[in-house]
Ligand binder design. Structure first.
Ligand SMILES: Cc1cc2nc3c(=O)[nH]c(=O)nc-3n(C[C@H](O)[C@H](O)[C@H](O)COP(=O)(O)O)c2cc1C
Length: 175
């Protein structure tokens, strides 16, 4: 790594922990992300950054639509493990979790989720290993009251790690 870059400086950035889900031609999948932020308020747009090798990325690119589930602090590490450390090309991540099918066949994970958001992709930007999706919110609902899990608490309370495909995987080196 470039010696001018101390990864601990980036660790002070704040994020939440979410599941991005999508579907294409009858196949559905989802993955954990922390790289998501709201960009504008009228219309409401967000950006999320997904690794090029992830199955979810393929489904989002093909369908041009995805959902976001905002995870609560109570979410077990095992649940995050299924969506964040396994690939949907090998397992059916929806086999043992609660979800709804939204308009157009889009899956929305409702288990351990405080909010559900549906989006359509406006543009895709190549960012080396990842693709940045800029998307407009089409529907947003509060599923239940609770405390959202922050990325900082994922590390400090849950002692979670970041897998290689997460933009923040560099932080594993500094713990
Ligand atoms: C806490 C956490 C944060 C993550 N953040 C991202 C992210 O922002 N972008 C990304 O592409 N992958 C991220 N990942 C990694 C993906 O969830 C992981 O590579 C997943 O297995 C991809 O699944 P898929 O191939 O079924 O789509 C994160 C994982 C964890 C546990």
């Amino acid at each position: 790594m470039n010696p001018a870059i101390d990864p601990r400086a980036l660790f002070n950035l704040s994020y939440g922990v979410y599941i991005v889900s999508s579907a294409w031609e009858g196949k559905k999948n989802g993955q954990i992300i922390n790289a998501l932020m709201q960009l504008t308020s009228s219309p409401i747009c967000v950006a999320t950054c997904l690794h090029k090798e992830n199955y979810t990325t393929e489904l989002v690119e093909k369908s041009g639509r995805f959902t976001v589930s905002v995870l609560e602090e109570k979410v077990p590490l095992k649940f995050i493990g299924t969506f964040g450390f396994r690939c949907g090309r090998e397992i059916d991540k929806f086999a043992n979790c609660q979800f709804e099918i939204e308009e157009g066949g889009l899956p929305l994970v409702t288990e351990y989720a405080l909010s559900g958001i549906e989006l359509k992709v406006l543009s895709v930007v190549d960012v080396f290993t990842h693709k940045l999706f800029i998307a407009q919110v089409e529907k947003a609902q509060v599923l239940k009251e609770g405390t959202p899990l922050t990325y900082a608490n994922y590390h400090s309370i849950k002692k979670g790690k970041s897998p290689a495909n997460a933009p923040s995987s560099v932080f594993n080196q500094i713990k």
